[in-house]
Every structure is written in C-alpha cells, then in structure tokens.
Design a protein around this ligand. Structure first.
Ligand SMILES: C[S@@+](CC[C@H](N)C(=O)[O-])C[C@H]1O[C@@H](n2cnc3c(N)ncnc32)[C@H](O)[C@@H]1O
Length: 275
C-alpha cells in the first residue's frame, strides 16, 4: 500500500499505522487542513511535516533495541559532556554496547570534535583508534557548509584542548584533514569499526560512507550518527540501504551496518569468534 508517497508492505503498514494516531497524525491533520484553507501556511508547515514523517518512517531499514546487542561485561561512562555537536548519553551507550560485542581491534572515527566519544572508545576497548577532524584553519573550501556544521570546525584552542584530553591514551591517533580528500590508503580494509560523524551534508555523508565501506575489513560494523534526525544523513542512509542492509538503533540517533556479525539468534553468537 502507498502512504505519504511511499510503498509500505502490509507488515510495515500495520506497524506504522498506530503511530499515525500520535505525532504524525496530529501534524498530518494540521497539514491537510492548511492545504485546504491556508495554502501559504501549508507551504511553511510542509517541511516540518516531512521532517517528522521522515524521522518516523524509514521503510527498508530494520530496527533493533540497544538491549538486543549481545555481549556481557561492564560499560564505562565518563562524566564528560561535549554539548551541542556531541553524542547524547543513550547514543554513546549504544555505541559502547557494540564495542563490547564486536571487540574491535581497530576503529576509525570521522569527526573527533571534543574527543568525548573518542575517549569513551579508548576506555572501553584496547583498539587502536584513528580519529579524523578538519581544523578550522585548514578548511579552505567549506562554502557549501551550513552554519551549524561550520561552527563545529575546531579552532586552534579547541584542538589544543582535545589533544590534551586524548593524549593520555597511547592507542588514540589524531588525524587532521578534510575527509573528502584525506589519503585513506594506509587504513584500507583494516578497520573493525568505523564511525561516520563529520560533516552532515548529503555529499559529505555519502563520500565518508563510501570511504567507510573501503576502510572496513572482512568483519565489523559501521555506525552513522544523526540518523534519522538529520535530513541529509537520513537521505544518505536510505540511499545506502538499497545496497547494504541497514538498521536503526531504536531510541538513538544511530544507523548500523554489520559485516560478518549477526543479530539473528539462529545464526549463532558470532561475537564468540573474537574471544
Ligand atoms: C558532530 S561533530 C563530531 C562529534 C563527535 N563524533 C562526538 O561524538 O563527540 C562533527 C565533527 O566533524 C568535523 N568535520 C566537519 N567537516 C569535516 C570534514 N570535511 N572532514 C573531517 N572532519 C570534519 C567537525 O570539525 C566536527 O568536529
């Protein structure tokens, strides 16, 4: 059946229809009313309606609960908060559950920012961690950036602060450069986990994702942050999901791709192969 211009299977429709009674239902009612009686307001409401709908409906992308991610043992959380631009605690927690499960030996992170996620990766794994960021004074071509993305680029002072924070871990390697032009050759096909969380513009997310798939080894995972809240990240994940199976970690802003690991019980507990 077709809903909001998209094809839904009967099962998906049964899952999403109850949700129509809540947020989207209300926004939808308002939007339809506006379309009839206030076309100018309709023009203003439509983008918000689209955004809400897009964040709720992502056909073709599966859902998993963080609790479904296997693995035992403690997860350590630091009392550090990177504020706007960083990961919310529930997102970080889900990332760390994945770390505990797949036990990566090498991690590549697109977008260091203040190094809060990087520090958490370091205290929860023995992996060699490569984290890439674009210093503001090296960002010669960011005209297409939205103001939010531009503001996140670190100044020299930010970099000094982050380097001090990360310098205490000798398995963190800070890298600098533009993710679209960076030379990934030394790292190809060697990573067990890649985290894509740099510029959120569609072309950048797609370019970082293509590189993420090249960086990934025979087994491992790729995580994208800001799905389904960022329209561009969501569009990119939808596009990637036509080729690669994608999951949304419910209650978080994370999309997940697994290679050689499975969350289906009948496939056996593949996490054991790392022990
Ligand atoms: C959302 S923040 C990353 C948050 C971080 N992963 C965390 O969890 O705390 C995005 C980061 O990507 C960096 N960035 C933006 N464009 C980039 C690019 N073209 N290449 C590399 N890094 C970029 C920004 O400087 C910023 O630090």
């Amino acid at each position: 059946m077709t809903l909001y211009g998209r094809e839904f299977s009967l099962r998906q429709a049964v899952e999403v229809l109850p949700k129509l009674g809540t947020t989207v239902g209300r926004v939808w009612q308002r939007t339809l009313l506006d379309a009839l009686i206030a076309p100018r307001r309709f023009g203003r409401t439509m983008p918000e309606f689209r955004r809400v709908s897009d964040s709720m409906f992502h056909p073709g992308i599966g859902d998993i609960e963080p609790a479904e991610i296997p693995g035992k043992g403690p997860i350590q959380m630091l009392s550090l908060d990177s504020g706007y631009g960083g990961m919310a605690p529930q997102d970080l927690y889900a990332v760390l559950r994945i770390i505990r499960w797949i036990k990566p030996r090498k991690i590549f992170e697109f977008g260091t920012f203040k190094g809060v996620t990087t520090s958490h990766l370091a205290i929860n794994s023995e992996a060699e961690i490569y984290t890439l960021d674009l210093p503001r004074d090296q960002a010669s071509d960011v005209r297409d950036y939205k103001i939010d993305d531009r503001n996140l680029l670190p100044s020299r002072d930010d970099i000094v602060e982050t380097t001090e924070r990360l310098g205490v871990y000798d398995h963190i390697h800070q890298l600098f450069g533009n993710s679209r032009t960076f030379d990934y050759n030394p790292y190809l096909k060697s990573m067990d986990l890649v985290i894509v969380d740099a510029c959120h513009l569609y072309d950048y997310v797609m370019s970082d994702s293509r590189n993420a798939f090249e960086l990934l080894g025979e087994t491992g995972a790729i995580l994208w942050h800001d799905f389904p809240t960022s329209l561009d990240v969501t569009k990119a994940i939808r596009s990637l999901s036509r080729r690669w199976p994608m999951l949304h970690v419910e209650g978080t802003r994370l999309a997940l791709y697994l290679r050689g690991f499975s969350l289906h019980k009948h496939d056996g507990d593949l996490s054991k192969k790392r022990d």
